[in-house]
Unconditional design. Structure first.
Length: 393
């Protein structure tokens, strides 16, 4: 080595420039960039004390023998593109399992996280905000949690998601109970929604709702009735057979133009009948044996169905809007045929957003009494919940 030649000093993690660290904190919004974590790293989430609880993580290790290290390690040590901000728990996870968390995977997560922050912070200050409404009630023994990362992804980029919202959850609902039990829980739903609408969230009035709901269909209908049409509402569907589980609640981009032809069938109609059954055969075909004992000769029976009923048919908001129009038209036709003070009994096999829409489009002052029915092997088909009331003059 000549006198003019100098050996390149060894670069360590401590030599990452301050401006690079600052850029990483800003572009990550101070949150862990591990996919699905998103935890704030400026505070201790247990004690809520402020501090620096982040690690600056190398995608390609700082040395060749480190996790995901290779011949590029020396050149990549302080490059911004090779750095991620993570909580200590996630840092340990990726370094203990480098075969699971490849450099390619981590790099994809980094840019996905930072692109999301960029889009959210680029909105003008007066952008419409959406309040998240999470509704989760067990169906029998089945409890389906709604993951925060999943509903954020579904709302993004149209609505930046915040950490506040309305949450209604019950994991021990007994669907075999009598109608008084159902009605009592429905009252809890009504009070929760009314209080949120009256008081707002942090004293800020609700202008738009993003609804993520799973539960027995009569309760979903009642939830929709409580929400009504006083604010704009976005309904979301939990999709099955989605490869990326973080996109489970997102409307598929390639299905946005999908529409469905809804078919109305008049199964049994007598203008003198005041008891009306509406059979909604969408998630599956409801055969007459299911409801013929419930719907005596004093019932008129109508059906809304599709060509191929399936739990997987709902893929787009346009399909949801199409159902809403068809259902609303049927309610109008029923009143024209059977009078304003008939009683309507809904017998549903529908996706959750359609159940919510069944209640949401009701007009409390002009629509007839509407009841939701539930079928189970123990009790058969029965009326469990009054969705809409109308007082006779």
């Amino acid at each position: 080595m000549t006198q003019n030649q100098k050996s390149k000093p060894e670069i360590t993690r401590d030599t990452i420039p301050t401006h690079t660290r600052l850029k990483l904190w800003v572009k990550s919004a101070g949150r862990c960039e591990f996919n699905g974590c998103n935890e704030p790293v400026w505070r201790n989430n247990l004690t809520l004390s402020d501090g620096n609880f982040a690690d600056v993580v190398h995608i390609i290790a700082a040395s060749e023998d480190g996790p995901r290290g290779n011949e590029e390690s020396a050149n990549q040590q302080i490059k911004y593109s090779n750095l991620m901000l993570m909580c200590k728990r996630c840092h340990k996870e990726i370094d203990d399992n480098p075969e699971t968390y490849s450099a390619k995977t981590l790099s994809k997560w980094k840019w996905k996280h930072e692109d999301r922050i960029q889009i959210q912070t680029s909105y003008p200050e007066d952008i419409n905000k959406s309040t998240v409404l999470l509704f989760s009630v067990n169906i029998g023994d089945r409890i389906v949690p709604i993951n925060p990362e999943v509903y954020r992804n579904a709302m993004f980029p149209q609505f930046p998601a915040d950490e506040k919202g309305i949450r209604i959850a019950k994991n021990d609902f007994d669907g075999h109970s009598d109608s008084e039990y159902w009605q009592a829980f429905a009252g809890d739903i009504q009070r929760k929604i009314n209080r949120s609408f009256d008081e707002g969230i942090d004293e800020e009035k609700i202008k738009h709702l993003s609804v993520f709901a799973i539960g027995p269909m009569p309760l979903l209908m009642y939830l929709g009735k409580c929400i009504g049409d006083t604010v704009s509402v976005g309904l979301y569907q939990s999709h099955r057979n989605i490869n990326d589980t973080n996109q489970t609640w997102s409307w598929p981009e390639n299905e946005q133009d999908r529409e469905t032809l809804y078919i109305t069938n008049s199964i049994r109609v007598n203008e003198n009948h005041t008891n009306i059954a509406i059979v909604l055969s969408l998630s599956g075909k409801i055969r007459s044996e299911r409801y013929e004992k419930f719907t005596s000769e004093n019932f008129s029976v109508y059906e809304i169905t599709i060509e191929d009923p399936s739990p997987h048919f709902l893929k787009s908001r346009k399909q949801l809007e199409g159902f809403s129009r068809k259902y609303r038209q049927l309610l109008n036709d029923i009143q024209a045929t059977h009078g304003d003070f008939c009683k309507v009994y809904i017998i549903p096999a529908v996706p959750a957003p359609i159940a919510v829409e069944c209640g949401r489009v009701l007009l409390p002052k002009s629509d007839p009494e509407v009841f939701a029915c539930e079928y189970d092997e123990q009790n058969g088909l029965r009326k469990v919940l009054k969705i809409n009331s109308r007082q006779q003059p």
